[in-house]
Design a protein around this ligand. Structure first.
Ligand code: GDP
Ligand code: MG
Length: 163
């Protein structure tokens, strides 16, 4: 086992979809209602010849807007603290939101190695979104499609260098 990887990002970008793909089982609930979740999930991920612990982060169940941001942030910060590498996920179709930028600030401040994943980029879609994501200052975005299993070779290359 080569370390712990945390999947971080705002709700609905595809974190749980990516987690399920890397673990190879549906351990995390995928839902297109933002913020309708769930605890933190951990599993053993496989990607090529790499194996590592992977942690999915989530929002929460109560629709209490005031506490939502703070609780997501606390959970994200805890997962980042325990991780060796962060996978920071954005949705290239939706474009960046203020919430993406807030999460990116938390990741940047942690000083941990990060791979920026431009998700929902299947079929070469979302080039503009990937370009926008570069502006987060977290390095070159790696275009992937968690749902369709695209870009996993590039994800492997990025992770292999960091784990
Ligand atoms: P999370 O809140 O970040 O964990 O996001 P989920 O994994 O629950 O996914 C949110 C929504 O995005 C679901 O409807 C997924 O099916 C969808 N989704 C996830 N990955 C992709 C992808 O690569 N492409 C597209 N088009 N949709 C995706
Ligand atoms: Mg999720």
């Amino acid at each position: 086992m080569a370390g712990t990887v945390a999947i971080v990002g705002r709700p609905n970008v595809g974190k749980s979809t990516l987690f399920n793909r890397l673990v190879g089982k549906k351990l995390a609930l995928v839902d297109d209602r933002p913020g309708v979740t769930r605890d933190r999930r951990e599993g053993e991920a496989r990607l090529g010849d790499l194996t590592f612990n992977i942690v999915d982060t989530a929002g929460l169940e109560e629709a209490d807007e005031a506490s939502l941001a703070g609780r997501m942030r606390a959970q994200t910060e805890a997962a980042i603290a325990d991780a060796d590498v962060i996978l920071f996920v954005v949705d290239v179709r939706a474009g960046l939101t203020p919430t993406d930028r807030a999460f990116a600030d938390v990741v940047r401040r942690s000083g941990k190695p990060v791979v920026l994943l431009a998700n929902k980029a299947e079929g070469g879609k979302g080039i503009e979104g990937a370009y926008e994501a570069f502006g987060l200052g977290l390095g070159d975005p790696v275009p992937i499609s968690a749902e369709h299993g695209e870009g996993l070779g590039e994800l492997y290359d990025a992770l292999e260098a960091l784990l």
